[in-house]
Design a protein around this ligand. Sequence first.
Ligand code: SF4
Length: 170
Amino acid sequence: MTQLPSLKEDCGQCAALCCLALSIDKGPHFAIDKPAGVPCPNLSGHQCKIHRWLRVEGFSGCTIYSCGGAGQRVTQELFAGQSWRDDKALTVPMMEAFRGMRAIQDRLAILVTAQERFLMDKDDADRVAEMISWLLPDALDFDAVRFFPGSPREGEIDVFLPSLRKYVER
Ligand code: SF4
C-alpha cells in the first residue's frame, strides 16, 4: 500500500483537468454552456484567466468545486506531468483517468475520515483498512483507475459505506 495522497486539489500540479473534462451548464453558477472534453474558453494554458473574478464573471460554481486531489494525481502519477495541451492524443485517456481517480479519491476521503474519527468495531475497522488498501495499491495502474467506476470493488465499497452511519449516530 502506498502513502495516503493529498485529498485536496493542487491546481499547480494539474493540467487543468476539471476545466477540460467536466461539462458546464449555463445557469446561476456558470455563465456559459461547455461540453465535457472541450477546454473552457477562460483557460490560458493550464490557468484560469478569470480566477480572481470568478464570482463576478458568473462562474461561482468553479469556486466551490474540488476534485479531491484527483487532478494532480492523474497528471503527475499516471501521465508524468504530460498534458493534453501538448499532445491531443492524451485528451481522452486523461479524461477517463480523471473520472476514475475522482471516484477513488471520493471514497478514500470517506474511508480515511471514518478511520480517523470513529471508534469502530474490529470487523468494521478491518474492512475499512482493507478497502483503503484496495484504493492505494503499491503501483498505480492506468486501466485499474479508469475502469474503477462500475467495478466490483467500487460496488463493494458503496454497499459497505452506508453501514458506517451507525457511528455518526452514536
Ligand atoms: S472559468 Fe476558469 S476555473 Fe472555471 S472552468 Fe473555466 S477556466 Fe476553469
